[in-house]
Ligand binder design. Structure first.
Ligand SMILES: *Cc1c(COP(=O)(O)O)cnc(C)c1O
Length: 372
């Protein structure tokens, strides 16, 4: 039994009541709560369009399709992320061009992007990994100079800032996930955001069977999907979204506890701690020294009632990519490989108490300093 899980959603009784209200109304599919969620998020991000869909992979899929990306095209993606970031590129028939991440931030290494650009590059999907903004402003400039659209994979980063601006709003499109691993959740869910009205219209058409409403009539203008969010999912996340700043402040307090309790510990490197930007701490990700067996550490912590896991994948090292890209990931993407092998995510969720966070840190510290 795990007494302290890796993650746990911040759902209140009021959130549950709102969901039950939707169930009682009988109006289950995309409806007024979806519309209200889209409106609330648009206001928060100060962006023209928010389109809610069924999950954070559907968002990326629709973004690529709506930008016309397909066979023969290349898309730049970080070598270290959740595998969905790359899978969507494969799904539309394009090719991933992987770029290694920075050793400390685990975010795409902007210095390595220029050499990855070719005359076939049609998009870049930078990721704000673990809720820490990547070096997005210079990347936007680089992309603009090459006329390449940016799709920000901000799945973990609703509320993250950089240069006094919320991420997801820097690129042509921003993508968020509302999976239970993220700070606020609809169960499954995703949000596409853009200032480009034509693109947003395309997202709305493609999420709903290719339907465009004109003259109050349905016109089937494309071969679309059913990527809609149900209304009870939107109802579940709306209350959490209203508490987003509170939830993120709490996560930052917990991160501070970890930093204090783990300061100076041997055999680990603590994560980057931004001074002038907001981190959502979707994951508190520490790097273990090479001589520590990370998977054994996960087991040892589990035996002590503490849930941990690795943080994300070195994508080119996964079976499918190894087979289809035949890259030597260790050599080509040493930082992504190392983060995948030696990274450890500690428990992080708003309802984790300060006492529990200290207990996690002390237990972990004792083990790691013994070289276990
Ligand atoms: C969670 C996540 C996704 C996928 O979102 P789902 O809602 O689970 O489909 C994509 N990219 C990143 C970086 C993620 O963390």
């Amino acid at each position: 039994m795990t007494a302290i899980p890796l993650t746990s959603p911040s759902i209140s009784e009021a959130d549950i009541d709102t969901v039950v209200g939707v169930l009682r109304s009988g109006m289950l599919v995309q409806g007024e709560h979806v519309t209200a969620l889209e409106r609330d998020v648009a206001k928060y991000l100060d962006i023209r369009n928010v389109v809610a869909v069924s999950n954070g992979t559907a968002t990326l899929h629709l973004a690529l399709l709506s930008l016309g990306i397909g066979p023969g095209d290349e898309v730049i993606v970080p070598a270290f992320s959740y595998v969905a970031t790359a899978n969507v590129v494969e799904i539309v028939g394009a090719r991933c061009v992987f770029v290694d991440v920075e050793a400390d931030s685990c975010n795409i290494d902007i210095a390595k992007v220029p050499e990855a650009v070719t005359d076939r590059t049609r998009a870049m999907i930078p990721v704000h990994e673990f809720g820490l903004a990547c070096d997005i402003s210079p990347l936007v400039d680089l992309a603009a100079a090459n006329n390449i659209p940016i799709i920000e994979d901000a799945a973990c980063a609703l509320g993250t800032t950089r240069d006094n601006r919320l991420v997801g709003t820097f690129g042509r499109v921003g993508s968020f996930s509302l999976h239970p691993r993220k700070a606020v959740t609809s169960g499954e869910g995703g949000l596409l955001v853009t200032d480009d009205d034509a693109l947003a219209e395309q997202f709305r058409i493609m999420r709903n069977h290719g339907i465009q409403m004109r003259d109050e009539r349905m016109h089937f203008v494309a071969a679309g999907f059913n990527y809609r969010m149900t209304d009870f999912q939107a109802a579940l996340v709306r209350g959490q979204f209203a508490r987003l700043d509170e939830i993120l402040d709490r996560r930052n307090e917990l991160a501070d506890i970890y930093f204090d309790a783990l300061a100076g510990a041997q055999n680990i490197t603590l994560p980057v701690r931004p001074r002038d930007a907001r981190h959502t701490w979707q994951t508190f990700h520490v790097m273990l020294a090479e001589e520590i067996d990370r998977d054994s550490m996960i087991d040892l912590l589990k035996d002590r009632g503490i849930g941990t896991n690795y943080g994300a994948q070195c994508i080119p090292a996964q079976d499918y990519y190894q087979k289809n890209y035949a890259s030597d990931s260790r050599e080509m993407f040493p930082n992504a490989w190392r983060a995948y092998r030696q990274g450890l995510a500690l428990p992080m969720y708003a309802n984790l108490s300060a006492t529990e966070a200290r207990q996690v840190a002390h237990t972990f510290r004792a083990l790691i300093e013994r070289g276990k």
